[in-house]
Every structure is written in C-alpha cells, then in structure tokens.
Design a protein around this ligand. Structure first.
Ligand code: FA5
Length: 338
C-alpha cells in the first residue's frame, strides 16, 4: 500500500491535463483499478483477525487519500483549463499601433502647385473628368474635321461624352462662368488611348492654368512659368522654349525641362535629354469669343503642366507606370517623415 501511495503521488505530479487526471482516477479507483482490486487479490487466509482489521483500516486510508488527492487534481486541472480558455486582457500593454497612410507623389506635387499658384492670386478649380466634345475640342478651336483632333486619342463613351483628354477643357467653362479678368488653375486627371511607356500613361494628371486680363503678354506667361519652376524644384533647372502648335493658343510654345533623371544625357524616360513639360501660349481670340470675352479688350495666357511628369522629375521616378501601380511600398517612400 505504501508503494501504491508513492506511485500515485508520482503519477499525480506528471498529470497536467484534466484528461490525464481522469485516467489516473480510473487506474486507481475505477472498478478494475489498482486500489479497488487490491483486497480482491490479497490472500486473507494467512491473516490473523487483528491483521485483517489493520489491513481494512489501511486500505480505507489509502482509498480516502487517493480520492482526496485525485479530486483536488481534477479541480486544479479544471480551473487551469478555464483560465487558459478565457482571454486575458493586459490593460498596461502598449497598443498594436495603426499603419499611417501617406499622400501619393502626384497629390503632393498637386498640393504644392496649388499653394504656389494661390500665392500668386490664382483660384483652384476642378472640372469634370467626363466632358462634352464641345468643351474638350470645339470651344478650343478644334472643329470636328480639324486634323488637330488626331493629336489626341480619345476614349469615347456611348452617350457621345468623352473622358477628357486634357484639362484645357476647363478654359471655356471658366470664361463662360466667371468672365474676365480671371486667374485660375485646374489640376486633374486626363485620359488618352495611348501606348504606355516609361513617360506615357493612359491615365495621367495635368494642371491647366488660365489668366485673362487687359494687356497680358508672353512676358507675363514666362514670368509665371519661371516662378513656378523655381518654387517647385528649389534649384536651378534648365528649360528650353520652342514653338509649339495648339489650335487654342497663338503664339504657342513647348516648354521643355532638361531631364533631371539623366542630367540631359538622354535616358529611357526622356529620350533626348529633354522632357516635354509645359505647353503654353497666348489664348486664341476664337477661344475668348467662345467664352463670351471680347478679344479686342482682353488677352490672356494658358498653359498645361504635365503634372504626372512634374512629379516624376521632382521625386526622381524613372517610370510613369509605378505611379498607377497601386503598390503602397512605392508610394510610401516619398512620404515626408513625421
Ligand atoms: C495638351 O494637352 C494641351 N492641352 C496643353 C496646353 C494647354 C497647350 C494650354 C497650350 C495651352 P499635350 O498633349 O502636349 O498638350 O500635353 C500636355 C502635357 O501633358 C505634356 O507636355 C506632358 O507633360 C503631359 N502628357 C501628355 N500626354 C501624356 C501621357 N500620355 N502620359 C503622361 N503625361 C502626358
């Protein structure tokens, strides 16, 4: 009996789960358990009446000991199981933290442009991305059969509306609405059916600008362009101005920026070292007329900054396709440190 007691104590120590303890109860106290069968397997014929009595007492003590110890172990294993299945809340633990979003490089560039232009007295206006042919082409001196419409491959909708191919569609909308004098920029998304390459996307951003007032000349246009570029890049950049044809300006120019990715040597993004960045010119009298403005009284300039390309130059992005990729790891690297 002493051996059985010691064996039980050892077994109880190593039983950790409720199932193991229950198995011990069966092994020791069950119908065929060690203690239950002990009396059955003992030959009492050699025992004196006193020895029988003592055996009975000791057996009872062992049974009680086993019942008590196994009962206590059952209780303990139950409460342990309950504890581990309950979720413990540590109110002092630090929070899991939230992943902060970041602005897209195009958004950051757009916000910067908006700030700079507002500082020069320009309003910031937004026009529709789904446009009428009239505002996108006709009002800009591009009649239906004009070859200039071939310059832009357009996404047509079934209802004869289009996805605007350029933000210039805002020019006549604005003149009709606000008259002259007026000074505004129109940043926004444009769409063209383009073959995509490192510097061409089918969905990209432009930032149109329009200033109409008395005696506006090319000198005013160039002064504004210079201010913009020096504020955006905050360093000396090389530009070249060459004649450019757009039916809605006269004269028209192409303002190219020397590529900041290759320093003007030529690379897959720019080709020959120059990036076409800001076409511009003086507003064509026909456009002013469409807007209800008398071209003898007023003149103006307009420009269409390639906002997506400007962001590429500012942030050193070699391939335009990254910008619409939706890859957060790409976007996040341009976020300002908080
Ligand atoms: C225009 O869209 C004219 N509306 C600009 C303008 C406005 C001229 C006012 C005169 C007066 P263009 O098609 O060149 O012009 O586009 C203007 C700029 O948008 C380009 O210089 C370029 O920087 C950017 N751009 C044009 N197509 C794409 C494209 N597929 N992907 C990325 N950027 C583009």
């Amino acid at each position: 009996m002493q051996d059985i007691k010691q064996q039980l104590i050892g077994d109880l120590k190593s039983a950790t789960t409720a199932e193991q303890v229950e198995q011990l109860r069966v092994n020791y106290l069950g119908r065929k358990g060690i203690i239950t069968t002990l009396a059955k397997n003992t030959d009492f014929s050699k025992f004196s009446p006193e020895e029988k009595k003592e055996f009975g007492q000791k057996l009872n003590e062992l049974k009680n000991f086993a019942t008590e110890q196994i009962g206590a172990a059952v209780e303990q294993s139950r409460s342990l199981g309950e504890k581990s299945s309950k979720r413990e809340i540590d109110l002092t633990a630090p929070g899991a933290g939230h992943r902060l979003g970041s602005l897209h490089p195009i958004t950051m560039t757009q916000m910067e442009l908006e700030d700079i232009f507002q500082g020069m007295g320009f309003s910031v206006l937004y026009g529709p991305e789904v446009e009428s042919e009239y505002f996108c082409f006709e009002a800009l001196n591009i009649p239906p059969d004009h070859p200039a419409r071939d310059m832009q491959d357009t996404f047509w909708l079934k209802n004869h509306l289009i996805l605007r191919t350029h933000t210039s569609a805002n020019q006549v909308r604005t003149l009709k609405r606000f008259g002259a004098p007026v000074r505004a920029i129109f940043p926004g998304r444009c769409f063209r059916y383009e073959a995509v390459d490192p510097s061409h996307e089918n969905t990209f951003y432009q930032c149109e600008g329009l200033m109409v007032d008395k005696n506006i000349s090319v000198a005013n246009l160039i002064a504004v362009m210079k201010t913009i570029l020096s504020e955006v890049f905050r360093k000396e950049v090389k530009v070249r101005l060459r004649p450019g044809f757009f039916p809605f300006v006269e004269p028209g120019f192409e303002l190219d920026l020397q590529c900041l990715l290759c320093g003007g040597k030529g690379c897959p993004t720019c080709g020959d070292g120059w990036i076409e960045l800001i076409p511009c010119g003086l507003v064509h009298p026909e456009v002013l007329r469409h807007g209800g403005i008398d071209p003898h009284e007023y003149s103006g300039f307009a420009f269409g900054i390639g906002l997506t390309r400007l962001a590429m130059m500012k942030y050193g992005i070699h391939d335009i396709r990254h910008l619409n990729s939706g890859d957060l790891r790409f976007n996040e690297q341009f976020a300002p440190m908080l």
